[in-house]
Design a protein around this ligand. Structure first.
Ligand code: ACO
Length: 325
């Protein structure tokens, strides 16, 4: 059966140049490199400079993804930015990126699903691309999470970093089989009853402020492995693939112990895990496309391979996606 698939034709990532090590943090908060590395695997994070907005990070990642796809901004007809840290309350950061790229009038909007934002955004973009409403889509995850930190809270401020990643999605004819290139299956989930485990304590309609990130880390940890594993199994089943056939696992980069726990629970070889958590920390919606870009850039991820993406974040929201590059 002939079908239209949304195919990733280019991937790009951008990290702001300023690197903050665990030792840098230990100068002003009661923590240590040894504690952070042992509990999370994180060794450093990148931090945007004060004059860099999230749209600047997104613009850089998008430009690199377009170049990798052999496309120009003039061809872009859909931009979705997954972000928790927009430039402004409105307009959507996607429209600001559209202007910076010089992309023509098209569709542009943001998605807010915190760390799960990129997986949610991919599934939404798939709806436009596979149904013929977009021919050249940019799906971007971009964050300045360091702007949401309470720098006196050692339980959260050591975990997050800034960055952006992007993919170009284009329609391609497929046979309707798992051998097709493109997005093959999703599972998306949300449980609003778990809001208090991870949230930001401000917003336009409540406090009128941006707020700071609050988290019950050990509770989030408990839900992460179970929730993510269930979504992975559902996405794999929906796509009609066996988890053992996955070439690369590109998880949201929250904590090395969560990555390993999920891989073990779903029976994925740890050698297939793309991990950037040590160098990037948790960049929320940006972490999957950043890890994807890293895996492509260093030659591990190759066209034709089967990829499994997953994330969990505030909401709680979580989800997984299967695609063939
Ligand atoms: N340095 C030193 N000590 C610390 C630090 C720190 N940075 N942070 C917490 N501690 C202390 C606590 O105060 C506590 O001390 P106490 O026993 O004297 O009270 C002790 O360490 C243990 O605290 P826990 O919170 O139970 O530590 P845990 O082993 O759970 O590790 C962590 C904390 C790393 C936050 C872990 O729970 C975690 O990674 N959770 C997942 C959170 C996450 O990744 N959220 C991101 C979004 S959701 C997602 O992406 C999946």
């Amino acid at each position: 059966m002939s079908v239209v698939r949304s195919v990733v034709t280019g991937v790009g990532g951008y990290l702001p140049p300023n690197i903050v090590t665990n030792d840098d943090l230990a100068k002003f908060v009661d923590t240590s490199d040894a504690w952070i590395v042992e509990r999370t695997g994180i060794r450093q994070r990148h931090q945007a400079s004060p004059d860099q907005a999230v749209s600047d990070l997104a613009f850089e990642a998008a430009s690199r993804a377009l170049e990798a796809a052999g496309r120009t901004a003039a061809e872009v007809d859909l931009i979705i930015v997954a972000t928790t840290t927009p430039d402004l309350t409105f307009p959507a950061t996607a429209t600001i990126v559209q202007r910076k790229l010089g992309a023509p009038i098209g569709i542009a909007f943001d998605i807010q699903a915190v760390c799960s934002g990129f997986v949610y955004a991919l599934s939404v973009a798939d709806g436009f691309v596979a149904r013929g409403h977009a021919k050249c889509a940019l799906v971007i995850g971009a964050e300045t999470m360091t702007r949401l930190m309470d720098w006196t809270d050692r339980g959260t401020c050591v975990l997050f970093g800034d960055g952006a990643g992007a993919v170009v999605l284009e329609p391609r004819a497929g046979e309707g089989t798992t051998a097709d290139r493109g997005l093959l299956g999703f599972a998306l989930r949300a449980d609003g009853t778990k809001k208090d485990l991870l949230y930001v304590d401000g917003g336009p309609s409540t406090t009128g402020t941006v707020g700071k990130l609050r988290m019950q880390g050990n509770q989030v940890f408990k839900h992460a492995v179970i929730n993510i594993s269930e979504a992975i199994e559902a996405a794999a089943k929906g796509a009609g693939i066996a988890i053992a056939d996955v070439d690369w696992f590109i998880p949201h980069q929250a904590n090395q112990r969560i990555l390993q726990g999920v891989a073990n629970r779903v029976g994925l070889d740890e050698a297939k895990v793309i991990s950037t958590v040590a160098l990037h920390a948790n960049t929320s919606a940006a972490s999957i496309p950043l890890a994807f870009a890293q895996g492509v850039a260093d030659g591990r991820i190759k066209p034709g391979q089967l990829l499994l993406l997953e994330a969990m974040g505030g909401g709680l929201t979580w989800g997984a996606c299967v695609l063939r590059l």
